[in-house]
Write a protein that binds this ligand. Sequence first.
Ligand SMILES: [Zn+2]
Length: 165
Amino acid sequence: MKCFTCGSEMSIHKNSLFHYTNSGLSKVFLRGIKTIKCRNKSCAEEEVIIPNIEELHQLLAEKIARQSNTLLPEEMRFLRTHLGFSGVDFAKAIGVSPETVSRWEKGTVKMKEASEKLLRVLILSKFAPFRNYDELVEFASKSTKTPLKRFFKIDHSHWQESGAA
Ligand SMILES: [Zn+2]
């Protein structure tokens, strides 16, 4: 396989640890996927193959929705887009102005706890009813400024969370 950019040979790397910044999340790392890298060091063209991306995003969304840390702007945005809402539609749906959603996602205004919990419940009820109301108390109970580092691995084309080691 040849590089589209420079025409050099490309090589396949398996099981490389991939920093998945395209998710919009700054600290998500993937294991077990293939990356195709250009051998020309000055080109640095890289392609990534992420199988079953819907499952990965659903898992990621559920992990974020269940965290006790308050949602950071990048996490809010990830959850909102995972539900298929534009900023304007999400604002309409939950009864705030589009400017408010935009300020939440820029981090200039903190999301109200009730809105944050609603967003999480929407995520957790996407495929099955959410009835574990005791969990609601834990949601957004800890304040933080940095996202958790999260690692995921793929095994027989299914995603699961994996430890940092
Ligand atoms: Zn190249």
